[in-house]
Design a protein around this ligand. Structure first.
Ligand code: ADP
Ligand code: AMP
Length: 216
């Protein structure tokens, strides 16, 4: 099963993918996470990517396509994977098609989490992430048991630089112009499944599972 999880920033892709990868035994491929990890490790790629990320802009298509191409070649991505946050432009979607074709493969389904703008803003501004294991929390909707501390590994929680209000607005505008067209791109192929993201974590998850029921 090769799944792409779509939706605006803050829709709940990361939160849902944490559970999906466990339940369906999928390899998680999140470009945002890969960039942040490269930055934490002091890699040149991460340092360059962070100059875009901090401003709420998209990282260059060529750089992004290249890290995904390399990632897809690894053994654990051969059979099942879940893409989160990639592709984000039509150029990236076409590049992904090319990569998968070379592997004699294709996407099984595209899940699009639909949320309204007010919820997005609230979700992004209240998001907190573990520095150590990247688990995601929300100050109001999913608070950790102990304030500022990750339930899973005890790591310190922080607010992402790009979750500050100024970057958030920029990211939403970019989503509208560059990423939104992908909904039509995948709908035309008949693999798009819209899921109502304006529900509890559990209900969104149940709807995603339902959407994936007939997919192998
Ligand atoms: P994305 O990966 O799409 O950017 P996240 O999964 O990181 O989004 O979610 C953004 C924020 O919204 C997080 O703080 C998360 O805890 C919260 N969130 C996600 N899904 C829901 C939901 N269904 N209800 C309430 N809050 C949610
Ligand atoms: P995310 O963790 O998915 O919210 O991504 C965080 C940031 O990483 C985005 O706002 C972009 O700056 C960058 N990024 C992640 N994925 C991509 C992508 N597919 N193309 C370009 N930039 C990306």
């Amino acid at each position: 099963m090769k799944i792409l999880l779509m939706g605006p920033p803050g829709a709940g892709k990361g939160s849902q993918s944490e559970r999906l990868v466990k339940d369906f035994d999928l390899t998680s491929i999140s470009t945002g996470e890969m960039f942040r990890e490269a930055y934490r490790n002091g890699e040149q790629l991460g340092i360059e990517a962070m100059t875009y990320i901090e401003r709420g802009e998209l990282v260059d298509d060529d750089i992004t396509n290249e890290i995904v191409r390399k990632r897809l070649l690894r053994k654990d991505a051969e059979r099942c994977f879940l893409l989160d946050g990639y592709p984000r432009t039509v150029t990236q979607a076409e590049a992904l098609d090319g990569m998968l074709k070379k592997m004699n493969s294709c996407l099984s389904a595209v899940i699009n989490i639909v949320v309204d703008k007010t919820a997005i803003l609230e979700r992004m501004v209240g998001r907190r992430v573990c520095k150590q294991c990247s688990a995601t929390y929300h100050l109001s909707f999913r608070p950790p048991k102990v304030r500022g501390v990750c339930d899973q590994c005890g790591g310190e929680l922080y607010q992402r630089e790009d979750d500050q209000l100024e970057s958030v607005q920029n990211r939403l505008n970019i989503y509208e112009t560059k990423t939104n067209p992908l909904i039509n791109y995948y709908d035309k192929r008949g693999i798009l499944k819209n899921v109502n993201g304006m529900q509890s974590f559990a209900d969104v998850y149940a709807d995603i599972k339902r959407a994936l029921r007939d997919i192998t």
